[in-house]
Design a protein around this ligand. Structure first.
Ligand code: C2E
Ligand code: CA
Ligand code: CA
Length: 391
């Protein structure tokens, strides 16, 4: 399986026509290098699938793919403009299976892993990583059951308002209680949920559960806490999304003012026009939008222009660099930018008192991180709110 790195960026920046042209050029090059002793197809989006025939030796395969990678790495000229691309290749050998769909799954798993090593990497499916219980490959198999058996639960992380010295919002984070592996963080399964499309029903469940919890807090404390919910691009680009949210709000008898949706750059890159319309409808429901992981992506400024969000979450990356002169300058400038745009600015991943003290002296509105609390269960959060000075 060959994957083109950051292909969605090409589509976004240069348009689908150029994206299609590039895909065509890539296919021509693959056919030229591999010739007739192979089956070549485009699997989907940025992925090509290749079956190499009459070649058994791993070294020979590596050589062949190496020359393919060299060819693919040559610049692409489209309308006189030069483009250079990065690729990753994942391979599976039919040593211990001839089941084609199994081989394809293994090659895809290796390709996903290749991305973790960097660009232009050829990765072979390895029986050891395949046996690793937390490999995407294995979790993929358990994921369906997890949905049926309701193995997911939510944890909540308090967000502290510095000026008002109290917890005013909480971020909702999902966990998977795997029957044998224990509690798994979303990094292990959000991709699977997105790829299988399950993120849509799962996402609706998250919103519903979070709304119920918000109401429970209100009933216990008479206090409206805002819930910040992460959205995946698959959810927000689903045509039915706004209606589902409306239904949930209606069923729970809740106002949208208590909800903030957090979106990252990947969300905003998929279908910006649709997203603008969806965001407008959400806004009409009183829901706020928050730009998550700000500063860690490629085009953060671009989407500040595109989307009207009310919150800006500065990535932990910058909080970690507060002890350096440059780090401090960048942190303060992001806050200035957010404030000028009338946004509430939240610093993420605050872990130490030292960081907290530095941030306290800036214009930053809120902090989130282990310094205040790790993500905790609903029961723990209620206790936390009771002992902390929420009033
Ligand atoms: P995120 O939205 O940036 O969430 C913050 C992540 O930082 C959480 O990881 C949280 O546990 C972690 N964190 C918070 N404070 C600290 C700190 O002081 N130090 C360190 N080292 N980490 C801290 P988590 O829960 O593993 O979530 C990872 C990512 O998975 C989230 O990043 C979010 O993008 C995604 N995610 C989590 N829950 C959901 C969900 O319900 N739906 C969707 N679509 N994505 C989710
Ligand atoms: Ca978030
Ligand atoms: Ca974040």
């Amino acid at each position: 399986v060959i994957s083109i790195s950051q292909f969605s960026q090409i589509n976004n920046l240069l348009g689908y026509k150029t994206g299609d042209d590039i895909l065509r050029y890539i296919s021509i090059r693959i056919v030229r290098v591999l010739g007739e002793k192979s089956y070549i197809s485009r699997l989907y989006s940025d992925k090509f699938g290749i079956v190499l025939l009459n070649i058994k030796n791993k070294n020979d395969i590596e050589k062949k793919l190496g020359s393919l990678l060299d060819k693919l790495k040559e610049p692409y000229y489209i309308n006189g403009v030069r483009y250079e691309l990065f690729f990753n290749i994942g391979c599976a050998l039919n040593n211990n299976t001839n089941d084609f769909s199994e081989l394809l799954l293994r090659a895809e798993e290796s390709c996903t892993n290749a991305k973790k090593y960097g660009f232009d990497y050829i990765n072979f499916f390895d029986d050891k990583s395949f046996n690793l219980p937390t490999s995407t490959y294995n979790l993929n198999k358990d994921f369906k059951n997890a949905l049926i058996n309701r193995e997911f639960f939510l944890v909540y992380q308090p967000i502290y308002n510095i000026k008002r010295q109290k917890i005013e919002s909480i971020e909702v984070l999902i966990r998977w209680l795997h029957p044998t592996l224990g509690i798994l963080n979303p990094s292990h399964f959000i991709d699977i949920a997105e790829q299988t499309g399950s993120i849509v029903p799962l996402g609706n469940w998250i919103i519903r559960e979070a709304c119920k919890f918000q109401k429970q807090i209100k009933e216990s404390f008479g206090f409206d806490i805002k819930i910040c919910i992460n959205l995946s691009y698959k959810q927000i680009s689903n045509r039915d999304f706004v209606n589902c949210v409306k239904k949930i709000l209606k069923n729970e008898n809740m106002s949208g003012h208590n909800i903030t949706f957090e979106i990252t750059e990947t969300v905003s890159m998929q279908n910006p026009d649709r997203l603008v319309i969806t965001m407008k409808k959400l806004e009409e429901l009183g829901i706020n939008m928050s730009i998550d992981d700000f500063g860690s992506g490629y085009s953060s400024f671009k989407y500040l222009l595109q989307f009207k969000a009310s919150n800006l979450k500065i990535d932990k990356l910058f909080v970690d660099k507060l002890n350096s002169k440059f780090g401090m300058i960048i942190f303060e400038e992001i806050i200035t930018l957010g404030k000028k745009l009338n946004m509430k600015v939240v610093a993420e991943g605050v872990e130490t008192e030292e960081q907290f003290k530095i941030i306290q002296n800036t214009d930053c509105d809120e902090i989130q991180g282990y310094f205040i609390s790790k993500p905790i269960t609903s029961q723990e959060l209620i206790k936390f709110l009771i002992t902390s000075n929420i009033n």
